[in-house]
Design a protein around this ligand. Sequence first.
Ligand code: CMP
Length: 334
Amino acid sequence: MNPQKVRNGPNFMQQVNKKKHVDCALSSNSDSSDDEVEEIVAVKKDVQKQRFSVSAEAYGQFNKKENFKAKFIPKSKEQSERIKQRMQAGFMFSALNEKEIEIVVGAMEEKIFHKSEYVIKQGEEGNVLYVVDTGELDCFKNYGKGDVFLKTYYPGESFGELALLFQSPRAASIIVKSDQAILWQLDRETFNLIVKEASIKKRQQFETFLENWDLLKEIKDPYDKLKMSDALFEKQFKKGDVILQQGQKSTEIFILEQGRVSVNKNNQKLFELVKFGDYFGDQSIVAGTVESFSYVAEEDMKVMYIPKKSYSSTLKEIESTLMKNIQIKYGKYI
Ligand code: CMP
């Protein structure tokens, strides 16, 4: 069902206009519409601004953090466990430690919405973020010519963080698609003091990598690229470590930033992966088969990875390219 026309508040347009003409390293996609460019400029500029302000907030306001008394809404043990499960399924909270997770779970408030109800309206002010417990919700964005469908949110995913991260009006609308949706709502203050810092740090950590990874050129939505950093992690390997064993099913897609990884079949070295952005583990995650090769670290190195659970919300969009690449990369050796 098409939602009614979404209101674009004047503040939102003022803010977007103010953010024009700023250099934008992330906008490598030349097909982007002006709106997309403006949007990414806005997001990027805000991320840069946050570099200072987040650390200022984190450290300058240390006392505030020390004295911060998080909202606490009593819940059954079962509810708390369910929230934790949902938080683990997504990546918004992946950088939190156990204590921080407890605080966030305590502050969450259950909200029930019904079919076709707006949870978020583009252009409005936003003070909370949501984690989906049950149900499905559609996200639409009005770039000026009516609503464009962007994606469906499923249990475990979260949305509504941009307004909190960048103190901007809501950048899209979210409407309930299923008969009912149960959401967990997190307030701005707990988000700012507990989640925001970790989330921004994570986005900065992988920003350069994501800007330069060729594979992502097909992902049109700048927001999706920015969000991908939440799903990226790093693992350290020593020279000679088997990163992935032939015959196994991988639980991650590994991505090379630097270093050398040999590709071996039946203990025979076939070739080496040495290029920035080379990846493996895709046979398991993308094609659903076992790995035909072993991958061995040829030097002490860090390897990035995207866990299997994040595949559908990150790389699935370019699955046909990934499938083609499997043929190109491994076809002659299988
Ligand atoms: P927020 O701007 O607070 O409210 C709308 C939410 O929609 C936004 O945060 C994001 O969580 C989500 N969203 C999903 N896709 C996009 C997109 N392409 N651009 C902006 N927001 C998006």
